[in-house]
Design a protein around this ligand. Structure first.
Ligand code: MSP
Length: 516
C-alpha cells in the first residue's frame, strides 16, 4: 500500500471575500498534494472554513443575517474559488458541521480529564480581528489613545469568566519537542522566533468565552463556548475521523505531514496546537511551514487601502497556470513578496511564453513538418545529446528533495535550468539546417528534444496542471504515462514512430492593451 501524505491549509475565516492571500496558501498545498500523488503517495489534502467566533458573528450582524445563513454563503465563495483555481483538495471541512462539534467536545473532555483545563476569569485585551488575547506589553498606543496589537488589529478590554488551558506547564515539553524534531517548524528563522517566544515564558491561555454564543458549547457548562482557535485547530483531526482514534482513517493519516500556514498564525500552530494535542494524549503534527505575506505594488494589502487582489480578476487577466506559476516562482517560499503587474508580465512572457512555450512549439512544429508528425527514430547519441537527456532525467530526484522542504522556487529554477539548456541545445544543433545536410542527425536531435520536453511536461504538472496536460496531449502520452514513474532515469522514454497531433501554442503572451 502506498505511503500516506496528509496536508492541510488553514481554514479560512468566513468574514469576508477570499483574496490572494487565501489563494496563495491553498495553492502551495495544491502543488504539494499533486506532486505527492504523481509520486505515488496516498494523499489526503484538506481545506475548509473557520466559521465560529466573534469576528464571524459580527460580520453576520453587519450583513443583517443570522450567522449560519451568513457562513453558508461565504463558505460557498471559498469552495467556488478552490474550484476556479483548480485546487485538488480531497475534503472541505466547515467548523459548523456536526462531525466537528463532536470532535471539539471530545478533545475538551480529554483536556479536562488530563487536568489541563481549569475555571477562572479573564481580564485583559482581545483583538477580534486576530481572535487573539494580548498582554499589555505587546500593545502600541496610538495618538487617539487606541491600543493596537502587533498585527495592527484594534484591541478591546474583556472581563469574563473563562476556562484556562495550563499552557505555562508546557514550556519545557514544547522546547524538548522542538529539539527532538528539528524540522517541525520551517523555515529555520521562524523556528528560532518560536523557540525564543516559548523560552520567554508561557502564560495560561483563555480557552472559553461567555459574552457571545456563536461557537461550540463547552461540555457540561452551557454558559461557555470554546475559544475559536481551539475549535478551529481541531478541524485537522476532525477530518481524519477523530474522536475515532482507532479508525483506519485516523491511524493512516494522523499525525499530519504538513500544516501550511501564513507567518501571522504560526504561534497558534506551533505552540498552542502541539500543547493541546500532547495534553490530550494525541500526537503532534510532523511539520508546520509558515509562508510570507504578499504586498501589492509595494503596499500592504488591506481593505481600507482598497488594494485587495482578487484572485479571480488576476486569473481572468493572465491565465490560471500563469498565476499559479508566478506566485510560486516570484518569491523564495517563506519570504514576503510583492505583486506587481510588471513582474507578472515579465515572467509570463519571458519564462513561460519564450523559454518553455517556444521550446515546445519550435520542436513540435519541426517534428510535425519534417518527420511526418511522428516521433523520429534516433541514431547513436553524441555527448551533447547524452548531456541534455541526463539533465532531464536527473530532474526528478533533484526536485523531490526541494519539494520535501517546500522550496517551490528552487524546484522551478531547477526545471528552468533544463529548459534553458534545451533551448541552448536547439540553437547549437540547429536542426533546421540538418534537414538538408544530415537528416538522420536531425531525427536524433528532434528525438532528444521531444524526450526532454516529455520529461519537463510530466514534472511541471503540479504547478501548471492544465498547460502540462496540453503538452502531454501533444506528445500523445496516455493517462498512465503521466505520473512520476514516467519521469526520471528509469522511465519509459518517448516511443519512436508515435503519431503526434498538430501542435498548438500552450503559453500565450500577454499583450499590453494600447494606452494601458
Ligand atoms: N481562521 C484562521 C486560521 C485557522 S487554522 C486552524 C485564519 N484565517 S484567515 O482567513 O484570516 O487567513 C488564512 C490564511 O491566509 C493565513 O495563512 C494567512 O497568512 C493568509 N493570508 C492572508 N493575507 C495574506 C497575504 N496578504 N499574503 C499571504 N497570505 C496571507 O487566520
Amino acid at each position: 500500500m502506498s505511503e500516506p501524505y496528509y496536508i492541510t491549509t488553514p481554514i479560512y475565516y468566513v468574514n469576508d471575500a477570499p483574496h490572494i492571500g487565501h489563494a496563495y496558501t491553498t495553492l502551495a498545498c495544491d502543488v504539494l498534494a499533486r506532486f505527492k500523488r504523481l509520486d505515488g503517495y496516498d494523499v489526503k489534502f484538506l481545506t475548509g472554513t473557520d466559521e465560529h467566533g466573534q469576528k464571524v458573528e459580527k460580520s453576520a450582524q453587519t450583513a443583517g443575517i443570522d450567522p449560519q445563513a451568513f457562513t453558508d454563503r461565504v463558505s460557498q465563495n471559498f469552495r467556488d474559488l478552490a474550484d476556479f483555481m483548480n485546487f485538488s483538495h480531497d475534503d472541505f471541512i466547515r467548523t459548523t458541521e456536526e462531525r466537528h462539534k463532536v470532535a471539539c467536545q471530545d478533545i475538551w473532555r480529554r483536556l479536562i480529564d488530563a487536568g489541563d483545563i481549569y475555571l477562572s476569569a479573564y481580564a485583559g485585551w482581545y483583538a477580534v480581528r486576530d481572535e487573539a488575547f494580548y498582554g499589555e506589553d505587546e500593545l502600541t498606543t496610538g495618538a487617539d489613545g487606541k491600543k493596537t496589537a502587533p498585527s495592527g488589529a484594534e484591541v478591546e478590554w474583556v472581563e469574563e469568566p473563562s476556562y484556562f488551558f495550563k499552557l505555562s506547564a508546557w514550556e519545557d515539553r514544547l522546547l524538548k519537542f522542538y529539539d527532538d524534531n528539528p524540522n517541525f517548524i520551517l523555515p529555520k528563522t521562524r523556528r528560532n522566533e518560536v523557540t525564543s517566544f516559548v523560552k520567554g515564558g508561557l502564560q495560561d491561555l483563555s480557552v472559553s468565552r461567555t459574552t457571545f454564543n456563536w461557537g461550540v458549547p463547552v461540555p457540561g457548562d452551557d454558559d461557555h463556548i470554546m475559544y475559536v482557535w481551539l475549535d478551529a485547530l481541531t478541524n485537522y483531526i476532525t477530518a481524519v475521523g477523530y474522536p475515532e482514534t482507532e479508525s483506519v482513517e485516523y491511524a493512516r493519516y494522523w499525525p499530519a505531514d504538513l500544516h501550511m500556514v501564513g507567518k501571522d498564525i504560526l504561534r497558534f500552530h506551533a505552540v498552542y496546537w502541539p500543547a493541546f494535542l500532547m495534553a490530550a494524549g494525541l500526537e503532534a503534527p510532523k511539520r508546520v511551514f509558515a509562508h510570507g505575506w504578499w504586498t501589492n505594488e509595494g503596499q500592504k494589502i488591506s481593505k481600507s487601502v482598497g488594494n485587495i487582489i482578487d484572485p479571480i480578476d488576476l486569473v481572468n487577466t493572465y491565465g490560471l497556470d500563469q498565476v499559479r506559476y508566478f506566485l510560486l516562482r516570484e518569491v523564495p517560499f517563506g519570504n514576503d513578496g510583492d505583486f506587481s503587474q510588471r513582474a507578472m508580465v515579465n515572467r509570463m512572457n519571458g519564462e513561460l511564453a519564450n523559454d518553455y512555450g517556444n521550446l515546445a512549439q519550435r520542436v513540435l512544429s519541426m517534428i510535425n513538418k519534417n518527420c511526418e508528425a511522428r516521433v523520429p527514430e534516433p541514431g547513436a547519441f553524441t555527448a551533447d545529446d547524452e548531456a541534455l537527456l541526463g539533465q532531464a532525467r536527473g530532474l526528478l530526484a533533484d526536485i523531490r528533495t526541494k519539494i520535501d522542504v517546500q522550496s517551490f522556487h528552487e524546484v522551478l529554477e531547477a526545471i528552468w535550468v533544463v529548459i534553458r539548456a534545451a533551448n541552448g541545445y536547439v540553437d547549437a544543433q540547429a536542426p533546421w539546417k540538418l534537414k538538408k545536410e544530415d537528416p538522420p542527425r536531425m531525427a536524433t536531435v528532434l528525438y532528444v528534444l521531444g524526450e526532454t520536453i516529455r520529461q519537463l511536461a510530466v514534472l511541471t504538472q503540479p504547478f501548471m496542471p492544465q498547460t502540462s496536460n496540453v503538452l502531454l496531449d501533444q506528445l500523445s502520452q496516455g493517462a498512465d504515462q503521466r505520473d512520476f514513474a514516467a519521469a526520471g532515469p528509469d522511465a519509459q522514454p518517448l516511443e519512436s514512430g508515435l503519431e503526434l497531433p498538430k501542435p498548438e501554442g500552450a503559453f500565450p503572451r500577454f499583450v499590453e492593451e494600447e494606452g494601458g
